[in-house]
Design a protein around this ligand. Structure first.
Ligand SMILES: [Zn+2]
Length: 545
């Protein structure tokens, strides 16, 4: 009886083994490798892996040594490191925002607004800068939308809404309906206002379309902010970038006779920007500090087309050491965020090297810095790439891989953006799994990790995680684990190795990414963006070069 049972068990295992071998060239990423790497990456000795600290020095030294041990070449002209020059800016608001003109009042910092600057100068000032309500602040030719049409905002300060016109419009064909496009992200609003030459920009905070409360905005404006150093010292950016509360915005808009739901007003196809006949004055004093952090980069050279590259990314950085929590723990070990992805990156690299075959295209393993401070390391790479962008096949990103074991579903962040979804779909099918989109499409998750900086320069980028349908627990369980992580461990000292329940889900994601990487590395074609993606035009232009 026992033998029969055992052979019933063994047969499917053999079949699975054969199937896996066919898919991934004789090797697999092992959960044990991930566990072993993670036990170092998330240990207290790396001090929470904060850029510019002892923790950075130890982390990048560990990662480069491991890449070397695995047998990979240095990825940057003989070095495993890519310097990432950053500037730390602490902006102090002097007084508040003075409103003058049609109405006269003062807006208070933190209660009514937050403001900062990227301009690397000692102080910036808005002096009687005319206020304009510019709707959503979007210029999107593919959606036939231009909030800045016939508008000259030189020297002016624009007030714009967060998210895009599609969100909660009830019209799935307006932008992407409730799914946020990049035009909805606050980073885009700042960039577009700068392109238009505005002196200042204030984004109206509304909890639902922003997907987080005012507290999150105001917290993110306390203390120093890190940016990449720019040759123009960010002088092409607006002098002042900030947010105002919905109440403050209502006060400003109603003084100018705009009442009712501001989203409805701005969503109108015939909307035209509205001068508010009020001026804004504000002074910021800055403290500046320059520092250099590092991406870690390792290369597996392709046998047939070494000039073409598939890139794997994971951010190595986290928050370092902070205030002790209720248990007395003050080290932000970031075991899940993003020790998991970094350990998976090393494990995928190891599996590639240990395979009997060699990939035809090159594979670059890139552990980036400064994700937690605004995706800085990946932004630096994407704007200073080591391979031409039109030879860069794809970016495969792993960030905060869930630790509750295998699932029947695989979650594609921003599903529907590009052809890499189809690669996941095919592998998922072979594994008897299915794919799902991210759980909160309105929150714009696709724009919130390192893959996004590749998308921004046109490189098809994929961010993958396990889903919620556990293979071992009931339907509600996986979601509970995610909610529990978000409430109690995410960006807290409690994101510890000891809390990790299982490495199997991490290995599952790593193996799917590994299989996709092989396929991409041995193809001669380039995956593209789906029609309707805001990144398609950028890639198409790049590939013509
Ligand atoms: Zn994080």
């Amino acid at each position: 009886m026992k033998t029969i049972q055992r052979s019933f068990l063994i047969l499917p295992l053999i079949l699975l083994f054969v199937a896996c071998n066919q898919m991934s060239n004789k090797t697999q990423v092992s959960a044990d490798d991930i566990k072993n790497y993670l036990s170092v990456i998330a240990s207290d000795s790396l001090q929470g892996r904060k850029p510019f600290t002892v923790g950075e020095a130890r982390t990048i030294s560990y990662l480069s040594n491991e890449f070397k041990k695995i047998g990979l070449e240095p990825g940057n002209n003989g070095s495993y490191f890519q310097d990432v020059p950053m500037v730390e800016i602490t902006s102090n608001v002097i007084g508040g925002i003075q409103i003058s003109g049609k109405a006269n009042f003062t807006l208070q910092p933190n209660t009514d607004f937050v403001a900062g600057t990227r301009q690397e100068v000692d102080s910036v000032e808005l002096k009687n800068s005319p206020l304009v309500f510019a709707g959503y602040g979007i210029v999107a030719p593919e959606y036939n939308w231009n909030d800045y049409k016939d508008l000259n905002v030189k020297g002016k300060t624009v007030i714009v809404l967060v998210n895009d016109p599609g969100f909660k419009s009830g019209d799935a064909t307006l932008f992407h309906g409730d799914t946020m496009t990049y035009y909805g992200r606050w980073t885009y609003k700042y960039e577009e206002a700068a392109r238009q030459g505005a002196a200042g920009i204030l984004i109206v905070h509304q909890t639902e379309p922003a997907s987080y409360p005012w507290q999150v905005v105001s917290n993110s404006f306390t203390g120093a902010k890190l940016y990449l150093q720019q040759t123009d010292k960010h002088m092409s950016r607006c002098k002042v970038e900030g947010w105002i509360t919905e109440d403050a915005a209502k006060k400003l808009l109603s003084s100018a006779g705009i009442n009712g739901d501001m989203r409805t007003v701005a969503r109108d196809k015939n909307f035209k920007a509205i001068p508010l006949n009020m001026n804004v004055s504000l002074t910021l004093h800055n403290n500046l500090k320059s520092s250099v952090s590092h991406n870690v980069v390792a290369l597996l050279k392709g046998t047939k087309r070494p000039g073409e590259v598939v890139i794997y990314t994971a951010h190595w950085d986290h928050f370092g050491i902070g205030e002790p929590d209720s248990t007395g723990d003050s080290i932000y070990n970031g075991a899940v965020d993003n020790g998991s992805g970094t350990a998976a990156l090393l494990s995928v690299a190891k599996a590639f090297v240990q395979s009997n075959n060699k990939p035809q295209r090159s594979i670059l393993f890139l552990a980036v810095t400064g994700e937690e401070q605004g995706l800085l390391g990946s932004e630096y790479y994407a704007t200073h790439p080591l391979f031409p962008l039109n030879k860069t096949v794809a970016d495969l990103n792993m960030d905060a891989l869930h630790d509750y074991g295998e699932t029947k579903d695989l979650s594609i962040t921003g599903k529907g953006q590009n052809d890499l979804d189809d690669y996941v779909e095919a592998v998922a099918k072979q594994m008897g799994k299915h794919t799902v989109g991210d759980p909160r499409p309105g929150a714009g998750s696709y724009y919130r990790s390192d893959h996004f900086n590749f998308a921004k320069v046109g490189v098809p980028a994929l961010d993958l995680n396990i889903g919620t349908e556990s293979t071992t627990h009931d339907a509600a369980w996986g979601k509970q684990q995610q909610d529990n992580y978000n409430a109690n461990r995410y960006h807290r000292p409690a994101d510890n190795l000891s809390a990790i329940a299982s490495y199997d889900g991490m290995a599952e994601v790593a193996n799917v990414m590994y299989t996709i990487g092989w396929k991409l590395a041995n193809e001669t074609t380039f995956p593209g963006w789906k029609n309707g993606s805001e990144f398609k035009a950028i890639r198409d232009k790049e590939m013509e070069k």
